[in-house]
Design a binder for this molecule. Structure first.
Ligand SMILES: [Fe+2]
Length: 475
């Protein structure tokens, strides 16, 4: 893709944010260390990679979804990258040009119901023997094969799915269910749903909200799903959509009974904020505990921002200064307590997903580099028991992305595994896969693999174990 004037308006089309034009499948060889014998499975990462030159102002979240995968098997490591063949991607490939404007331009209602292009560019989750690619605004769940990354079509769970699914659905490792949300600028503003372990939607309910909100995640415990009503309004008017942050309204956290109705959701209120990503949640001693990354001042150029705010990266209007935070909901008293538990500016929290919904000790955070755009210069392991942190700084001039925790073959202990990440030299575009021992993060990587070509900065990752891969549904 040739980038012309659009590049003048978005830093997210420059440097390692700029898209690549090719799809590759290559074997990787270590440039340092050796591939661990107990690392078997596929590391996948989604991201925005526009195929054609954007029309109008470009937002980093607009680009077509491209997945990068590294398959570790008995023969070594193998890299593949492919676009997700969404309906919009296929339509634009027919015409050879961009047919949608992005979220910074007025919504083109003539394209309803797909006002903005569903790119499936945001998230990945393994559920019921399938890898699903998902979109942050709520779209179709696209099935993608492993390890070849072929798009297999839209997953509607045997016709039982009647809404879209937003990014960050959660798999409950205890029950095998998939919990998800969908959200819209028109009623119902928020829907909560559950897919059974067999792949049928068994619950889909509206959650009463006072209006449209930006949503990005959910959490759950044994007895509750946790949904959010942050005062981050997604307002439509004058032919455009815009975000507004209302400091005079609380953040509301809804404990939605998993065994009951959404009408019985119990709301807890506290300071106004926004949170993109949850690390985990669980029940403990009469409380519900939620760990996630709080942003107290989520809008850039907000004249209500308190004076003296530190510099923070931004993505267009979004201001990113997150801190790992714990909210404790006291079920008896209805009280809520909140505390910041890590002082590093960091996001994209990850855990050992086998602990999702149960108490987890370790959270892996990606630390922000001191830049005006979003880049990660280190990964941090936060120990909830001791508050100790261990940091692995990426090499000077190189930036990482979201890591995934990959359990060692045969291990069930929370800490015993590897962290995997794409790491890229911002100046040269050299790209590598780094494998870190999660119990010895301060050490050099266990293994570094050179990736021919460049891996642009992206979003979310997932780890599919060799055992899960062996049980992949046939395409
Ligand atoms: Fe996300």
């Amino acid at each position: 893709m040739a980038i012309t004037d659009v590049a003048q308006t978005s830093p997210y089309l420059l440097g390692n944010y700029s898209p690549i034009a090719d799809e590759r499948s290559v074997d990787l060889t270590p440039v340092a260390g050796e591939i661990p014998a107990d690392l078997r499975g596929v590391f996948v990462r989604n991201g925005s990679n526009p195929r054609f030159e954007p029309v109008g102002r470009y937002h980093w979240f607009d680009g077509d979804g491209m997945i990068h995968a590294v398959h570790f098997d008995a023969d070594g490591a193998h890299y593949t990258n492919r676009w997700v063949r969404t309906t919009g991607f296929e339509a634009e490939s027919e015409t050879g040009t961009s047919m949608w404007t992005g979220i910074l331009e007025p919504p083109d209602l003539s394209k309803y119901p797909q006002v903005f292009k569903d790119t499936a560019n945001t998230d990945l989750v393994w559920f019921n023997g399938e890898l699903l690619a998902l979109w942050w605004l709520g779209g179709d769940a696209y099935r993608v094969s492993l390890p070849g990354l072929e798009t297999l079509g839209r997953e509607d769970f045997g016709g039982t799915l009647e809404t879209h699914i937003a990014a960050h659905p959660k798999v409950d490792p205890t029950t095998g269910e998939l919990l998800y949300i969908d959200f819209d600028p028109i009623p119902p503003f928020l829907t909560f749903g559950v897919v059974s372990p067999e792949g049928q939607v068994v619950r889909s309910e509206s959650v009463a909200l006072g209006g449209p909100r930006l949503q990005h995640d959910l959490a759950f415990t044994d007895d509750y799903a946790i949904v959010f009503d942050f005062p981050f309004m997604w307002e439509t008017g004058a032919g455009r959509t815009q975000l507004a942050f209302h400091r005079d309204r609380p953040s509301r956290f809804g404990l939605l009974p998993r065994g009951g109705s959404a009408t019985d959701t119990r709301w807890f209120e506290t300071d106004p904020c926004f949170m993109y990503h949850v690390a985990n949640a669980w029940q403990e001693d009469g409380t519900v505990r939620l760990i996630g990354c709080e942003i107290a001042d989520p809008l850039a150029d907000d004249h209500n921002n308190p004076p003296g705010l530190p510099d923070a990266p931004r993505v267009a209007m979004l201001r990113l200064e997150p801190y790992l935070t714990e909210w404790i909901f006291h079920l008896d008293s209805g009280a809520i307590t909140k505390r910041r538990i890590n002082d590093e500016v960091a996001e994209f929290p990850k855990i050992d997903v086998r602990r999702t919904g149960q108490r987890s000790r370790y959270t892996y955070l990606q630390r922000f580099a001191p830049m005006t755009t979003l880049a990660f210069d280190a990964v941090i392991r936060h120990d909830l028991d001791t508050a100790a942190t261990t940091t692995h700084v990426w090499p000077d001039g190189w930036f990482g992305g979201e890591t995934s925790f990959c359990p060692k073959l045969g291990s069930t202990a929370e800490a015993e595994g590897y962290l995997i990440c794409f790491v890229v030299n911002e100046t040269t575009g050299e790209s590598e896969v780094h494998v870190l021992d999660a119990e010895r993060l301060e050490d050099d990587p266990v293994c570094r693999l050179s990736v021919p070509g460049r891996v642009p900065t992206g979003y979310h990752t997932w780890w599919v174990s060799a055992d899960e891969l062996a049980h992949q549904q046939p395409s």
